[in-house]
Ligand binder design. Structure first.
Ligand code: WTA
Length: 689
């Protein structure tokens, strides 16, 4: 397909959005934007008025030091003001007569699983209050950390909001992470309890979540950390089914619908620690006064890959995150009260935190929580769900779009998508071909395409079109959101103003949703984000501006790889590889991939006398999978008798990236210690790469 004409096009906002949208033109956007950056107190202060506060800020509305040369980095919005994000997300709507509005439609992995999955704001309030009371009875209190390792079910949002109601810091770990990764996160956050489920079906795969948690807790106790309570949602068994708890395990044999492979799920039980969620929820009270929190109290931590290999616990606070998640949701999706909104991200990632839970709920929206995958039972599932619920705003990842494109248009066109108005993406740059397919086929040329650039650290969108205002270009995230001042910076720290020159994407001043610290390691926060360019927050991504001022994000500049929209640290994969007894050294680089965007390509140097083989290759791939999680499995592992290094011993990754793609033009190698390794590596390159 030749899209060259279309890729150069400017796509105006769809006419039918202009009339109803919050921001109707670029002039309106520019005016609001100007105020947001020149008068943040006025701009965010007006927004704050729409929320419930027990008391106003005690000091300045915003107070910060963004420059590490002037002292510690510190960011405070509305310090001293008292509020509760759970109260604002739930009770506020119930109190405004919106209690019967659906908060979530739950759509299960199997299309037949959907019954009784809907929950209203009042019902959600009752469940959250009950679970908060249970946490309280267990002695868990404000400031404590609770880990959450759950499938995409309503109880996940109940658990997170119950924590928020009491000021307990939730640390959600995506339920695709391995037991070791989960243990590392529990230990780093010193969590005192965990919430999980018995298991979950993902497509045709059955995952025993409880057994993964058991292994993780075992690792923790070996490292002298005990979890006092493990709450388990009984998700796989139909309601009303009684479970025999004879001794140490419960067997789930029979209830699996015929379509799925039958397999039993064994649940090991640790008395005194393990608690069935439904056992305690039944009798708990639905009355629970929220804990009134300082705007700057921590709300949650969420781990993201770090370039040193150790994940960073990104910490967000109550007030700023509340304002930012709600406001970005409202404007970037142009939220309207009658919308049916669906974000396909898992709550275990930041996209799910901000745009499945906090953003939509703080706007009183109706959304969908989807447990399954885009391919089950077939590649039409997304579009079937859109037809079924008459989805108006849809948010997914470019990798999903690219993989669904391959199945052909019929999977899309056989479903009614006329309800759709906004089609958004997140997680990685979207290639123009996928953008155009999303626009032309999925959206039938009737929808605004919204490519949102942001990070776990930024709390919400930072560069994004606004559906009713911004003319879009396929592949560009367009312009900054309110409060964001992007600068393109050269490696030497000089601002690049010429068009089409790539540099580092940095932001000049804080916005309410920016992370406040790395949990337990403020110094790492300062070094990672504020050292390279004093006075700026450094995203770690490259970007350029075109002659019309549109921003094009080009991808990570550091040693991070974005696989299917998930950031992975090459150092973390390398450390998993070198733990194998035959591996002496490993170097991992990114490699382009048609569907995933990027994938990882691993060079391994074996110890003396060890042989490289297909079996070893498989074992190494399996090791990374087990250590980090299935989504981190490398695509390529190649034998590397030697690695290209500088004379000072630094691995030359740019040379490895060239070798990985078979490009003989490896660039300047004058600083290299031994040039002969390059030929050798080209010879050993696997033919499939
Ligand atoms: C990448 C996900 C280009 C980027 C919300 C960033 C993107 C990292 C886009 C953050 C986009 C995210 N265009 N790149 N629209 N969105 N990225 O923390 O490299 O999981 O730094 O947050 O994803 O990933 P994270």
């Amino acid at each position: 397909m030749d899209n060259s004409d279309e890729t150069a096009c400017l796509f105006p906002p769809p006419d039918r959005l202009r009339n109803e949208s919050h921001v109707k033109s670029m002039d309106d956007y520019k005016e609001m934007y100007k105020r947001s950056v020149e008068d943040p107190e006025g701009f965010w202060g007006d927004i704050a008025k729409q929320f419930y506060w027990v008391s106003p800020p005690t000091g300045k509305f915003v107070d910060y030091n963004f420059d590490c040369r002037k002292g510690r980095i510190s960011i405070k919005w509305m310090e001293g003001a008292k509020t509760n994000i759970c109260f604002n997300a739930i009770d506020r709507h119930v109190n405004n007569g919106q209690g019967d509005k659906i908060a979530f439609f739950w759509e299960g992995n199997d299309p037949a699983d959907h019954d009784s999955g809907n929950i209203t704001y009042s019902q959600l309030k009752d469940k959250i209050s009950k679970f908060a009371n249970i946490l309280k009875q267990c002695g868990i209190k404000k400031g404590d950390r609770v880990a959450i390792y759950m499938p995409m079910i309503v109880e996940l949002t109940v658990a997170m909001l119950a924590c928020a109601r009491l000021g307990i810091i939730h640390s959600i770990v995506f339920a695709g992470f391995s037991a070791e990764s989960l243990a590392d996160r529990i230990l780093d956050g010193q969590c005192c309890a965990i919430v999980t489920a018995d298991g979950v079906w993902r497509g045709s795969k059955l995952l025993n979540l409880k057994s993964i948690v058991d292994v993780a807790l075992e690792i923790c106790s070996k490292r002298d950390h005990k979890i006092s309570h493990c709450f388990i949602v009984k998700h796989l068994l139909p309601k009303g089914h009684s479970v025999q708890e004879n001794g140490d395990y419960v067997d789930y044999p029979e209830e699996i619908p015929a379509k799925r492979p039958t397999r039993s799920l064994k649940i090991n039980w640790t008395d005194g620690r393990d608690i069935w969620w439904h056992d305690v929820m039944g009798t708990a009270s639905t009355d629970c006064e929220p804990e009134w929190m300082d705007a700057e109290d921590p709300l949650f931590m969420l781990y993201t890959s770090g370039s040193t290999g150790k994940p960073k616990g990104v910490l967000h606070t109550v007030g700023g995150y509340m304002l930012y998640s709600a406001t970005t949701f409202k404007y970037a999706f142009d939220y309207q009260p009658d919308d049916i909104y669906w974000c396909t991200a898992d709550v275990g990632w930041i996209t799910g935190h901000t745009y499945v839970a906090y953003g939509p709920l703080n706007n009183g929206a109706t959304s969908i929580i989807f447990e399954g995958t885009p391919f089950y039972p077939d590649a039409g599932r997304f579009w079937a769900i859109i037809e079924k619920y008459k989805v108006t705003k849809f948010y997914t990842a470019p990798t999903a779009i690219r993989s669904l494109m391959r199945y052909g248009d019929e999977y899309v066109t056989k479903y009614d998508r006329s309800s759709l108005k906004v089609l958004a993406t997140v997680g990685e740059p979207i290639n123009p071909e996928a953008w155009l397919w999303y626009h032309n086929v999925v959206g039938n040329k009737q929808c605004a395409i919204v490519d949102t650039f942001w990070q776990t650290e930024t709390g919400g969108h930072t560069i994004t079109p606004l559906p009713g205002a911004t003319p879009t270009k396929p592949g560009s995230a367009t312009f900054p959101f309110f409060g964001i001042v992007p600068v393109i910076m050269s490696d030497e720290g000089v601002e690049i103003t010429d068009p089409n020159i790539e540099g580092y994407l940095v932001f000049e001043q804080p916005w309410p949703g920016l992370m406040r610290t790395v949990y337990g390691d403020h110094e790492r926060y300062e070094t990672t984000y504020f050292k390279k360019f004093p006075g700026y927050y450094c995203t770690g991504d490259g970007a350029k501006r075109d002659e019309d001022g549109y921003i094009w994000v080009t991808g990570r500049i550091d040693d991070m790889v974005n696989v299917s929209g998930h950031l992975l640290s090459t150092a973390e994969i390398e450390s998993a590889l070198v733990e194998h007894p035959t591996v002496a050294e490993a170097a991992v680089v990114s490699h382009p991939h048609k569907i995933k965007g990027e994938c990882t390509y691993c060079f391994v140097t074996l110890k003396e006398g060890k042989e490289f083989s297909d079996a070893l290759k498989k074992e190494l791939m399996e090791r990374v999978r087990k250590k980090i999680g299935p989504f981190a499995q490398p695509d390529f592992v190649q034998n590397a008798p030697g690695l290209p290094k500088t004379r000072s011993g630094k691995i030359m990754r740019r040379v490895l990236r060239k070798i990985a793609v078979g490009d003989k033009n490896v660039g300047d190698i004058t600083t290299m210690a031994d040039e002969t390794v390059i030929d050798k590596l080209f010879q050993l390159r696997p033919p499939e790469a």
